[in-house]
Design a protein around this ligand. Structure first.
Ligand code: FAD
Ligand code: NAD
Length: 466
């Protein structure tokens, strides 16, 4: 065999798997069908969306908070969207080129082309200049996902668009309609709301981010309303058409009423679907399920020995860091190690402002399981650090076992929640009690003091600052 391991797909699952395999001494190949490495996350997902979120947040602050901070900017403050998109493209370029460097550094052989199974040990690579075959002992499928389409809506990529087109807009929409109030809709909606768009969210469920602790969605809705979001819940989109520069989205409310929303652009963000097209799964006796997902066992091995699958293409949260953990897990499994992933402690983050982050059990999950728990809350407005920066929206909620005081869930909405949640993951991996955390020194003034205070509230209901 030419290779010990061949990885198909270079997203955060695939490239991390390849690096870990190489680190463990395996001869490794990586196949990617696009021109650049990094998959959805680096090219059209996590990184470009965060670049635009940061740029738009600067604009929002310049137009909304600078004056209060005592910063006078003379003249009109204008959005230069082409420059904003150009900066984003540069960030993406640097990041994807970083993967090329990492592949070279780790002596991973890379192929640009579509990888498909000829048989379980032979991969056919269709490249721009012909077809090549390689042989391999093991394969890691990391082919990721694509936006889900609604069968009754034609995405013209001009006015009715997906997240990919929303990352390279030519103008700031006046009225942006979001089909789906999930993570993509809220993040990209935030970008354009901060730049001046009115944003209408049409959401099938009764709240935004419904899989996170429900208190977070309620609080986030208040903050987003302040920057120009309007929400229509329990409203199911049934169609969308474009006439000239206008998009009309038709929908049905829970009580059967037909409604219409008009805007100049519409982003369809109703979830993502695992991607296995052209992979030749049939040649090795594998079949993806209805959602395109590949079934794996607890070692992330498919029903064919030596063929593994990771990331968005298998069950579970569609998150870059989940894919990365699985990449490492499979590499170590192939190397004969006994790795472990704690799926309960994979944090979820929404990069709106305030940011939203959660890990462990939600209050709804604890109630449903009948687990006796106690909750401690602490609002950011009671924190000196938050007042100093004027980021006073949000709170920390800590859920702990009623008897043992072990932390079962931490849910944060507030400035820098995305970074703060890592401390909660660490504490929970070490099975800390709320009291353990509340007795640890937290630097003052920091946002993390809110976590300490929420732990004090959970453990003995004795926060200091409220
Ligand atoms: P992908 O990143 O999708 O990579 C799969 C790769 O496989 C692609 O490059 C594809 O071209 C390639 N491929 C497919 N088939 C073949 C084939 N036959 N041959 C060769 N190559 C093939 N997650 C987060 O955790 N944080 C975020 O902030 C975040 N933001 C996001 C924002 C947006 C707008 C979107 C769309 C997603 C975001 N995500 C985020 C989700 C994240 O991007 C995915 O969970 C992650 O990329 C999944 O990684 P993966 O390796 O499984 O697949
Ligand atoms: P999502 O599943 O988060 O949200 C889709 C929403 O669309 C749901 O709330 C659903 O109820 C709604 N919906 C579905 N059909 C509808 C209809 N006909 N009418 C009205 N509403 C409808 O999906 P997404 O926002 O597209 O994101 C896809 C994936 O990408 C997610 O799994 C997410 O994990 C990942 N992602 C993560 C991040 C992050 O970690 N910060 C950012 C972006 C994307």
């Amino acid at each position: 065999m030419q290779y010990d391991v061949t990885v198909i797909g270079s997203g955060p699952g695939g490239y991390v798997a390849a690096i870990r395999c190489a680190q463990l001494g395996m001869k490794t190949a990586l196949i990617e069908k696009y021109d650049t490495f990094g998959g959805t996350c680096l090219n059209v997902g996590c990184i470009p969306s965060k670049a635009l979120l940061d740029s738009s947040e600067h604009y929002h602050n310049a137009t909304h908070t600078f004056e209060t901070h005592g910063i006078d900017i003379k003249g009109d403050i204008k959005v230069n969207l082409p420059q904003m998109i150009k900066r984003k493209d540069e960030v993406v370029k640097q990041t994807t080129e970083g993967i090329v460097y990492l592949m070279k550094k780790n002596k991973i052989t890379t192929y640009k082309g579509v990888g498909a199974f000829k048989d379980k040990n032979t991969i056919k690579i269709t490249k721009s200049d012909g077809v090549e075959e390689i042989t391999t002992k093991n394969v890691i499928i990391a082919t990721g996902s694509k936006p889900t389409a609604l069968p009754f809506i034609k995405i013209d990529k001009e006015r009715i668009i997906t997240s990919t087109e929303a990352l390279k807009m030519k103008e700031v929409p006046k009225q942006l309609i979001l089909i789906g109030g999930g993570v993509i809709g809220l993040e990209l909606g935030s970008v354009y709301a901060r730049l001046g768009s009115k944003v209408t969210v049409v959401e099938f469920m009764d709240s935004i981010i419904p899989t996170m602790d429900r208190a977070l969605g309620k609080e986030l809705q208040k903050s987003l309303t302040k920057i120009g979001f309007e929400f229509h819940f329990q409203t199911k989109v049934t169609g969308a058409i474009v006439k000239g520069k206008e998009v009309t989205v038709s929908a049905e409310t829970a009580d059967g009423k037909k409604v219409e929303f008009k805007g100049d652009y519409c982003i369809v963000a109703v979830g993502r679907k695992a991607f296995t097209d052209g992979l030749g799964l049939e040649n090795i006796g594998l079949k993806a399920d209805q959602r395109g997902k590949i079934a794996v066992d607890k070692h992330l091995q498919t029903s064919v020995s030596g063929i593994y699958a990771i990331g968005d293409v298998i069950d579970g949260a569609m998150l870059a860091h989940k894919a990365e953990e699985e990449g490492t897990f499979v590499a170590e499994t192939i190397a004969g190690q006994k790795p472990h992933i704690n799926y309960n402690l994979i944090p979820g983050v929404v990069y709106t402002w305030p940011e939203v982050a959660g890990v462990g059990q939600t209050e709804e999950q604890l109630k449903a399981s009948g687990k006796a728990y106690k909750a401690g809350n602490f609002p950011f407005k009671a924190l000196g650090r938050a007042r100093a920066s004027m980021d006073v929206d949000g709170f920390v909620k800590v859920l702990a076992d009623k008897t043992t005081d072990e932390i079962l869930g931490v849910h944060i909405i507030g400035a820098r929640a995305a970074d703060m949640i890592a401390a909660a993951v660490t504490a929970m991996e070490f099975r800390a009690s709320a009291e353990d955390v509340s007795r640890m020194s937290h630097a003052h003034p920091t946002y993390m003091e809110a976590v300490k205070e929420a732990c004090l509230a959970a453990t003995e209901n004795r926060p200091i600052h409220i």
